[in-house]
Design a protein around this ligand. Structure first.
Ligand code: HSE
Length: 409
């Protein structure tokens, strides 16, 4: 019998207990032994839960129990979860988590700690919810130089943008629905301001760079709070969707990672991911494009990835380096975002003259948009790959009344 503990009995923690109960027999058959949740550590009580008898507030019942060799951390955040993760790893217990904040903030230290104590720190569920992406990137695509990762990695914002585009919902009511469905972070600012996506692309970028740590807090990040229904109107006329993309690129100009809303052509596979679904396209120099799609948030979907990691850990009790060593490589691991080439849709009031736009963006390719809302001028800049973020920023300084700027994927 393999005994595990769950730290934090919120949406995902509860999902983990449910998946283990739901698929008890097939998990036992696969592992050759029963997988049992022995303790659930939480400060709250859950009298109505079928797992109520397992809940404890005493951490020693988890950390000092030699019978518990795998600990699931679904507390979230980087404070108590950090302390408990270090405690568990130091005691030689493998930790499995969905906590992207903790992985992206302290991954270097925690992966090292796991190795030092001959156990694992596994975090498949930290990116893409139920979608397999960490292990495929680290293992199956290991032969490639990863040239690009472009992902819709936040279910809440994708849900909001889909509701706005398809049902004309306003931002606030769509967010409330996402919260009611259990997709959103405790503080939804982490979703709508792009921080959650920033953490996830930092984790994927670190893996793509063979463990060279990418600090999420250094990434250029734009959330979705300024996306309007008028922007949606433009997207529709341009046969595109607006998606919050988390992007990693590794090319001739160096490696870049960033998060921002983008216009994505409806013909691109990424545009098919709606509602809470996530989609991640990885481009490798041998495999070409590989696409990963599925539910990026939610109780059972995320628990599916967590329990998959638990089973992997149960099958490989000895350390089995699922995650390559992470190391601090300094800020130079990424090129300055100012050098990144982009193209954008720029919306201005129609009182701005064509000459003023040309003067603001000299020698940058410019074409009219297929659609202009009443009273507006809309141009597409940098389609020929001749504009950097720095050039865009300088050009925008010429105008006091920019209506919106949306990057084009
Ligand atoms: N708040 C996150 C999301 C949860 O909406 O994608 C899954 O990481």
């Amino acid at each position: 019998m393999k005994s595990i503990a769950i730290l934090g009995f919120g949406v995902v923690g509860c999902g983990v207990a449910e998946v283990i109960a739901m698929n008890h027999d097939r998990i036992a058959k696969r592992l050759g032994e029963e997988l049992v949740v022995k303790k659930i550590l939480d400060i709250r009580e859950f009298p109505d839960s079928p797992f109520a008898s397992l809940v404890t507030t005493k951490k020693e019942e988890v950390f000092e129990d030699p019978d518990i060799s795998i600990v699931v951390e679904t507390i979230g955040g980087a404070r108590i979860a950090y302390e408990y993760t270090k405690m568990a790893l130091s005691a030689g217990k493998t930790v499995v988590t969905s906590n992207k904040e903790l992985v992206s903030t302290h991954g270097v230290e925690l992966v090292k700690l796991a190795r030092e104590h001959n156990c694992n720190y596994l975090f498949e569920a930290s990116v893409g919810g139920g979608i397999p992406i960490i292990r495929p990137l680290h293992r199956c695509l290991a032969a490639n130089k990863v040239e690009r990762i472009a992902g819709i990695v936040n279910g809440t914002t994708n849900y909001i943008l889909t509701q706005m585009a398809e049902n004309g919902s306003d931002f606030d009511s769509a967010l409330k629905e996402a919260q009611a469905k259990g997709y959103a972070e405790a503080n939804p600012s982490a979703d709508i301001d792009g921080i959650d996506a920033q953490r996830k692309i930092a984790i994927l970028s670190t893996i793509a760079l063979d463990g060279a740590y990418v600090d999420p807090t250094k990434l250029f990040t734009v959330g979705i709070t300024s996306v309007t229904t008028k922007d949606m109107e433009y997207a529709k006329e341009m046969n595109a969707s607006i998606k919050l993309l988390a992007v990693f690129e590794n090319g001739e100009d160096g490696a870049f990672a960033y998060v921002a809303p983008h216009l994505v052509s409806k013909e691109h596979p990424l545009a098919c991911a709606n509602d809470v679904f996530n989609a991640i396209m990885v481009t490798g120099n041998a495999v070409g494009d590989a696409m990963f799609y599925g539910q990026g948030a939610g109780k059972l979907a995320t628990a599916s990835a967590v329990v998959g990691d638990v089973m992997d850990a149960a099958e490989h009790a000895e350390r089995d380096a699922h995650v390559a060593e992470w190391f601090n490589a300094g800020d130079e691991v990424l090129a300055p975002i100012e050098k990144h080439h982009i193209s954008v849709l720029l919306r201005l009031p129609d009182s701005v003259s064509d000459d003023a736009v040309s003067e603001a963006f000299p020698e940058i390719s410019m074409q009219p948009c297929v659609y202009e809302a009443e009273g507006e001028k809309a141009v597409i800049l940098g389609k020929d790959g001749d504009m950097t973020e720095a050039q865009l920023a300088v050009g925008l300084e010429s105008f006091e009344n920019v209506i919106s700027v949306i990057r084009i994927f």
